[in-house]
Design a protein around this ligand. Sequence first.
Ligand code: CMC
Length: 374
Amino acid sequence: MSDDIKKGLMGVIVDETSISKVMPEINSLTYRGYAAQDLCANCNFEEVAYLILNKELPNKKQLLKFVKQERNERKLSKTLLNVIKEMPKKSHPMDVARTAVSVMGLEDKETTDNSPDANLRKTMRIFAKTPVALAAFYRLRKGKKIISPKKNLSFAENFFYMCFGKVPQKDIVKAFDVSLILYAEHSFNVSTFTARTITSSLSDIHGAITGAIASLKGPLHGGANEEVMHMMNKIKRPENALKWINNALENKSVVMGFGHRVYKSGDSRVPTMREYFGKVAKIKKDKKFEKIYDIVEKVMIDRKNIHPNVDYPTGPTYHLMGFDTDFFTPIFVISRIIGWSAHIIEQHATNKLIRPLAAYNGSHYRKVSQIKDR
Ligand code: CMC
């Protein structure tokens, strides 16, 4: 293959963005200039969502307005609720999220308006309704009654409440909130690039987010947090971890939750999420997954110099919180809707159709023969 071909667009800078900056050389990630770990320590998810969408941290009044808007948009239409009720119970919740956003696009009065204000209003609707749609499916497939959202609960509390019927202790909610902050935005990753590519033809935000969800589902991207849990369940006990990971490396397997296209010496989000994983494990009095985590991580770094990415600690954290494994990537979705939307708005503001070239390596020129002669 010619050196001119940048397979996977590796190392290619395709555009500018003012939303987030990934700095692998100093292991840092900033949203609108603020370090993600600083935001985790000092803000809740709603404040960070506001920041990503509106470029500045909110003051009290702005935050109240934003929170109110989100809470007022949580209700699902009858049509969407019926669609969710009719979905096969075995559907992957990522497909449920994708379909739900697509249905929202059919219903939204502003679907074809790509102005920044309309896109912000649509973002709030998608942001508010997607967790409600997912939680409804979470309950329905277990044969349980749907729990309606509550306006006096925060975004994170409300998600727990709609899935489990109760809000856990505040340290668990904080750990979940931190995971949402860390998942909210990460520059030109594959799902965001998908959203920007769809937007570049001047298509709409519902279509772009629908495509982004499909992209996030894959195990090389967001789907990795589910795969991490499958791996941990296969390992089962800390005593098995060393043998398991050594075998995996002998067999040249891809170990989920490790490696990154941009970070080569560690994902800046991991230390923060690792800390909260530890807090949740302590509250739940279950150290098994932490022990497995540490053993696998050590071997991956010692033998391969490959470091964990953010999906490695989020997987077992969500498990300890009580979520079904196939809901881990949908949790990523309810947060990343914010990053995707900011990128969609930015793409519209500075749009150029995304249309790369390919080097052709198929058949030489040939003439069509008649069907009787083939
Ligand atoms: N397990 C084993 N070997 C790995 C891994 C891994 N997780 N990641 C990279 N490598 C090896 C890979 O085999 C290759 O070795 P060699 O040069 O001998 O062929 C080398 O490291 C370079 O890897 P690559 O796949 O060419 O690098 P990439 O930039 O194309 O891939 C990646 C990045 C994330 C797709 C890859 O690291 C991977 O498949 N990781 C597992 C899936 C995963 O955890 N994805 C989450 C990504 S970050 C958070 C998110 O987006 O959700």
